[in-house]
Design a protein around this ligand. Sequence first.
Ligand code: SAM
Length: 210
Amino acid sequence: MKAKRPAAVALATALLSLLILLARRVQKMRAEPTALPYNQRLWAEFPRPLVSRTRLRKLLRPKAGQRMLEVGPGTGYYSLHTAGWLLPGGTLEILDVQQDMLDDTMRNASALGVKNITPTQGDAQELPHADNTFDSAYLVATLGEVLNKEAALKELRRVLKPGGRLVVGEGQPDPHMIRFKVLQGLAETAGFSFEERIGGPLGYFARFKR
Ligand SMILES: C[S@@+](CC[C@H](N)C(=O)[O-])C[C@H]1O[C@@H](n2cnc3c(N)ncnc32)[C@H](O)[C@@H]1O
């Protein structure tokens, strides 16, 4: 009986140290956010029941013929579906800092016969589009990776048409996940008004109006 106690204490100490290390790592990742490297793209390819494409569609309310922007498409988990929701006549423009991500999405689109996606390499903090260009825009698991989130939201507001909608998706276990209340504060400061949310602390989509 007595011999078991040191082992239990050692295990508890090891677990606690691991938790502290993990918490420190997440804290650092949030303080100094960087884009998910292309060689770790597998993380962006897992299915997400709480941040699902069905939920995205519900909040985006896409219509045929619209011009839509996705910032940070990764390898196209959402884009390959969203593009189809805009047919006939609509276009999905995707913007990512990493050309490799865009190339991957475009390869996947071509394999599936999706033809209405236009890729642009660029930074969310300084969008290369003209004012009042898009009917709607969305970004999933991306805003947390952007250093200046306020600038990115202001840019999104600028490129949306008056009355245009922005949908943001965030979910665990993303270390950069932005809690809804924080997002709402940032979006309202950038000039958006909150409209609707689906989901909770583990994963949600929220829609804002320009
Ligand atoms: C975690 S991945 C998410 C990909 C995809 N939205 C998804 O949910 O599967 C984040 C993506 O945002 C891109 N990204 C990060 N910072 C960015 C920035 N400042 N401007 C544009 N794209 C950015 C990354 O390159 C990456 O493709």
